[in-house]
Structure formats: C-alpha cells, structure tokens
Design a protein around this ligand. Sequence first.
Ligand code: HEC
Length: 109
Amino acid sequence: MKKSTSILLSSLVALGMLSTAANAEVKKGQKAYLKQCKKCHGNGTKGAAMHTQDEWEELFEDDAEMIIKAHEGDKSEKYFKGKKFKKYGPHIKDFLFEYGSDSGNVPSC
Ligand code: HEC
C-alpha cells in the first residue's frame, strides 16, 4: 500500500514535470511568434487559428517545407530560410499546434 502510493506519487511528479517542459516549449514558441509572425498574421489567437492541428503538422513536416514555401518571394523569405527559423521553428510549431483552430485552447495574446 505504502509502496504503491509512493509509486503513484512519483509518477504524478514525473507527469507534472513533463507537462511543464511542454508548456515551456509552447511559451517559447509564443514569444517567437509574437516577434516574427504577428506583424503579418495578427496576434497569437488569430495566427494559430489559421489552421487545424493536423494542418499545422503538415505545414511543419519535412523541416517545415510547406510553410517555408508559402513565404517564398515574400519579405519574410529570408527569415524562414535562416538560422533563426531553424532554431525557433519547432517551438513556433508547438505553439501553433497547441492553439490550432480545432484545439479548443485559446492563448492569452
Ligand atoms: C513579412 C510578412 C510575413 C511574416 C513575417 C510571416 N508571414 Fe506567413 N505569410 C505571409 C504571406 C504574404 C503569405 C502568403 C499569402 C497568404 O497565403 O496569406 C504567408 C503565408 C503563411 C501561411 C500559409 C497561408 C495559409 O493560409 O495556409 C502560414 C501558415 C503562415 N504564413 C504562417 C506564418 C508564421 C508561423 C510566421 C512566423 C514564423 C509567418 N507566417 C511570418 C507573410 C508573412
């Protein structure tokens, strides 16, 4: 009884840590979104609601090939093809996915 309680507790703690780490990714992505995407696509709520979670998966598949293509010929092309997007792209995806139009979540920005 005691042992199973402590196992239960430690798995709860582990779960809690996991979701905090995931949240940190989403927060980082939100920050990067506000910095890099908001000027053209509006606030985070609007940006994330451009697509469903499945569509965000697709847009960011294969090193974000589709979303990079969508910006070819645009002012933002340089950013999408640069180091910064390589680094922050995955976080931005986490943020957009978390708040995709069918996620039921609404960010506070
Ligand atoms: C300088 C302006 C600009 C910036 C910065 C920018 N975009 Fe775009 N984005 C565009 C334009 C222009 C298009 C192509 C026209 C369209 O489809 O609206 C586009 C297209 C897209 C599309 C595909 C359109 C669709 O409806 O499927 C997505 C998704 C997107 N952008 C997300 C982002 C994200 C995420 C960022 C930040 C990392 C970003 N954009 C930064 C201007 C910008």
